[in-house]
Ligand binder design. Structure first.
Ligand code: F6R
Length: 242
């Protein structure tokens, strides 16, 4: 695992953007695996700036998002569809038909899981997959105990995950109980994984990731099984390692 320790969140976001823009220079039609949540927001701002100021083009890029809440349609303000449009897609020149996010309100969620796994295989695998990490070590919404052999599936969100994400909803009870997520095996198909972690709240998870061993009780440890992972942390998240 290649580790980059950035001084602060802004520097972390710039490092991540640099890696993605270098990838786009190498291959115009790159496939990017994307995450939601707070951590990649700075990265997305940097990418928007790169598009505006450095003419970085997304015309031929395809994207695959990790997950979506079950029960929210794609126009719901807290859906990851709206999140991605607002935070990135509306501000770069990517044709929306080249962006892929699982549907959380499909009439058959089982069929939707199968469909999305096929999309990953047809469009992907991602050249770069951006990941955040939950305080409990989740990647995507693969909560502790998820199989490392899992593909796209419906998952019940851990209580701590719903609590952590309550900040985006008007009340904690409004946070969906389930999500559709790429499985760990689907995530590991990516050619290069960029794991981002910022802030003291992530320090314990990063310490466990860097000192532990592969174990389904700690989903991020599945990354040990991948040959090309870059962890970008800020000093706050890396603190306990010093
Ligand atoms: C988001 C996702 C989650 C988040 C994780 C960290 O698509 O799959 O695994 O990356 O919950 O969230 P933040 O960045 O809000 O701390």
């Amino acid at each position: 695992m290649n580790i980059i320790v950035a001084d602060h969140y802004e520097a972390l976001s710039k490092e991540a953007a640099k890696i993605i823009e270098e990838q786009l220079q190498t291959k115009l039609g790159s496939v990017l695996g994307l995450a939601t949540g707070s951590t990649p927001l700075g990265l997305y701002e940097e990418l928007i700036q790169g598009h505006r100021e450095r003419d970085v083009s997304y015309k031929h890029v395809h994207t695959l998002n990790l997950d979506e809440y079950v029960g929210l349609d794609k126009h719901h303000p807290q859906s990851y569809h709206v999140f991605m449009n607002k935070r990135l897609f509306n501000h770069i020149n990517i044709p929306l038909k080249q962006t892929h996010i699982p549907s959380g309100d499909a009439s058959s969620l089982l069929d939707e899981c199968k469909r999305y796994e096929l999309v990953i295989d047809e469009v992907g695998p991602p050249d770069i997959q951006v990941l955040g990490i939950g305080q409990n070590g989740h990647i995507g919404f693969n909560e502790p105990g998820s199989s490392f052999a899992g593909i796209t599936h419906i998952t019940e969100l851990a209580h701590s995950t719903r609590e952590a994400n309550a900040r985006f909803f008007s009340s904690p009870e409004d946070v969906p109980t389930h999500a559709i997520t790429m499985g760990i095996k689907s995530i590991l198909k990516s050619k290069h994984i960029l794991l981002l972690a910022s802030g003291a709240k992530k320090a314990a998870a990063i310490q466990r990731l860097l000192t532990g061993e592969a174990n389904e009780a700690f989903p991020a440890s599945a990354l040990y099984g991948h040959p090309n992972v870059t962890l970008i942390v800020d000093k706050e998240a890396y603190k306990e390692m010093e």
